[in-house]
Design a protein around this ligand. Sequence first.
Ligand SMILES: C[S@@+](CC[C@H](N)C(=O)[O-])C[C@H]1O[C@@H](n2cnc3c(N)ncnc32)[C@H](O)[C@@H]1O
Length: 323
Amino acid sequence: MNDILIIDPDTKAQLTKSSEGLLQNGLVKFPFKNGAYRLVSDSNYTENFGKEWNTFQTTQIDKHTGNNVSKVRLFAQTGWKENDFAGENILEVGSGAGRFTQILIDYTKANIFTVDYSNAVEANFRNNGPHERLNIFQGSIYDLPFAPKQFDKVICLGVLQHTPDFKNSVQCLCNMVKPGGQLVIDFYPIKGWYSKINAKYMLRPFVKNMDHQRMMKLIDKNVDWMISAHMFFKKIGVGKIVNRFIPVCDISTTVPKGLSKAQLREWVVLDTFDMMSPAYDNPQSLETVSQWLKEFGMEQIDASMVKFAEVFEAATIRCTQKQ
Ligand SMILES: C[S@@+](CC[C@H](N)C(=O)[O-])C[C@H]1O[C@@H](n2cnc3c(N)ncnc32)[C@H](O)[C@@H]1O
């Protein structure tokens, strides 16, 4: 069905897929469990994301919410068309609960290889598996189980700022793109000196190591007044400044329009946990990342703030691996 060469990231030995796991010389090297090949254990710096996506498994998945935010975002950022790419191989890195995996499966005909470092791979499988074109791996961007330069397309959305070495992460993604193939990435942008004047960056040093269950409870307990305060300050025209100091996600620019009250509350708890709990939060500028991509030999670098679904914009770069 597809011709992607799977390897042991350490030894580079070839592995074959079976229902028991990834095999080397007929023996299981990495097990297959709950829908994913497991190259790493759950115990790593992304445990917060495992909790987040297994708790809020369906909150941002289009087919469950009834909206099309993930679809609109994916096609706006990539510039791709629906029902394309039959026979091609797409690698998605950092898939979380699989909001974009769903779109790739449902709206392209490509074979999808998707990787996440956390046990969010289980939520992704429950949302999108089993499917003959879907292959899920729990592994790291730094140790991907694929031989270099094989994928027609590599996509990494919402991930890079949460990795410990942004530049190395970008290089690892470039290494996966085949000659003439495309890479699409996005990340939290540094827009100016004011980017870090925000309750998130003030509080994170104190809360990022907090027990995740405790943090989730604390957010859930306080979310209603924080939503009311955010809406109030927005209504009286001072939201852009005052809301920076309320420790809640930026509801006006990160939550889609048209959600029910309950859906909005759930989305805000999820996004607030997502902004407070990560071990790493390293925004970057479009210029710096474009420069790195040039260093790594990528061509046709197209960097811009892509707008979609009325309220959103994302710092996005599309580029091509040289032939
Ligand atoms: C904010 S979530 C975004 C998930 C998904 N792309 C989305 O937009 O819903 C970031 C994801 O990146 C994953 N991640 C972080 N570091 C990673 C690494 N080194 N390798 C692979 N995935 C990683 C996390 O586990 C998490 O699921």
